[in-house]
Design a protein around this ligand. Structure first.
Ligand code: NZQ
Ligand code: ZN
Length: 381
């Protein structure tokens, strides 16, 4: 076990927390408030933010789409540069937050911002970023990752850089009240699979990380079980905090990760526009069945510690079945066809995209080559 850890994002958690914006944003700063398609105007969050910022100098940029595009974000970068913006405030879910991470880095770079996604440029400078979270799922509000899509070429790429980690994140669980049911279910499952990607790898006697991962997974199973009775403060607060902690950094310290479900899932979103969490539920069960011998020890642990399954030679197989049932019960697809993807060449297109993005040896053993990805996707068709 060897790691270095720091998460400097200040978290303001609670039902009254949006008010704290007033003190968190320096009065002298020139703020760009960035949001998505306008849900914040319909649910009162915009009004709460503007009230907190009545003494600040605030400009706005709206229209960041789900799975934010380079094309839209480039317009925000132009605005930041032209207006001398020096603080960006993201008010939204993972898409708006990721989009803002791109904006704060690309605004300090003279070249084409897409270089940040391809790895041609590594940012050493970014504007400060703050977040008001409206959708618990991605953990983007306090991590250093961002995923951006170039619509023109259907490339959905990610970058990771501590320099874009938000200075603060405001987590008010009441925002969940107006979140569509589909997004609430997506949020539970995205967080669940974030923990899996950091947990279902090698057995390494990392007691803290394993134990914490299992608490978070059990919470998410419980939140899913209470889905029909979810209209209460306890459910909302526990979902928001669990989803945050799933990708906050602690679970992943000093352990082997395997983000291959996410890598394959991103291609499904890029080509077919399927919601992020729904791509993961399609890929993961099939991927785990394909890689079961590498992951049997941890799958056994998941089966007994999270799903309370009886011991037995087929515990790992039953743990994967339990995952699949969890996803189906919440209404998420576990096959491409259940997400409406029925074209005969779908798997060919997805595999070609993986190859284009050099995803040719993924998984903790680099054992998932293109032929294996093809088999995983065929199994998930
Ligand atoms: O556009 P608006 O009007 O804001 O509507 C959004 C959007 O349509 C709506 N919404 C958000 N909060 C709401 C609300 N509607 C009503 N009430 C509210 N309080 O929900 C829709 C989906 O929002 P989006 O931000 O796209 O969802 P999510 O948070 O799931 O983010 C998905 C994006 O995050 C990336 C994904 O790839 C995807 O692009 N990810 C980012 C990660 C990271 N940075 O660490 C990790 C994840 O694995 C993921 O890849
Ligand atoms: Zn995710």
């Amino acid at each position: 076990m060897q790691f270095s850890f720091q998460n400097p994002t200040k978290i303001e958690f609670g039902q009254d927390s949006i008010k704290s914006l007033k003190a968190l944003l320096p009065l002298e700063s020139k703020v760009l408030l960035v949001y998505g398609g306008g849900s914040i105007k319909r649910n009162g969050i915009y009004q709460q933010v503007m009230t907190a910022l009545e003494d600040h100098n605030v400009m706005e940029f709206s229209g960041v789409e789900a799975n934010p595009t380079y094309e839209t974000l480039s317009k925000a970068v132009e605005l930041v540069k032209a207006q001398g913006i020096d603080f960006v405030l993201a008010v939204g879910g993972g898409s708006v937050i990721d989009g803002c991470k791109y904006i704060v880095a690309a605004s300090c770079y003279d070249g084409d911002g897409w270089d940040i996604l391809t790895g041609a440029h590594y940012s050493d400078k970014a504007l400060p970023l703050g977040v008001v979270l409206t959708l618990p799922a991605t953990g983007s509000e306090s991590n250093a990752a961002a995923v951006v899509t170039k619509a023109a070429t259907q490339d959905k790429l990610s970058f990771y850089n501590d320099i874009v980690r938000p200075r603060f994140a405001i987590l008010n669980p009441d925002v969940i009240k107006t979140l569509p049911e589909r997004q609430q279910a997506n949020g539970i499952i995205d967080a669940f699979i974030h923990v899996c990607e950091q947990y279902l790898t090698l057995e390494a006697d990392t007691w803290v990380q394993d134990g914490y991962a299992e608490v978070l997974l059990r919470n998410l199973v419980k939140l899913a079980a209470q889905f029909e009775q979810r209209d209460n403060d306890i459910w909302r607060a526990n979902l928001m905090w669990t989803a945050n902690q799933a990708l906050y950094g602690l679970v992943g310290n000093g352990v082997t990760h395997d983000w291959s479900t996410h890598m394959i899932g991103h291609e499904i979103t890029a080509i077919y526009g399927v919601d992020h969490a729904r791509t993961l539920t399609i890929v993961q069960p099939s991927l785990l069945r394909s890689q079961i011998e590498y992951k049997r020890g941890k799958l056994n642990q998941l089966g007994s510690q999270v799903f309370n399954l009886a011991q037995g030679d087929d515990l790992a197989e039953r743990a994967i079945d339990a995952l699949e049932q969890l996803y189906s019960k919440l209404g998420l697809p576990v096959r491409l066809s259940e997400a409406g993807i029925k074209d005969a060449d779908a798997v060919d297109k997805l595999v070609a995209a993986l190859e284009k993005h050099a995803m040719t040896a993924i998984g903790e053993h680099k054992a998932i080559d293109i032929a294996t990805s093809r088999a995983i996707l065929l199994q998930a068709s």
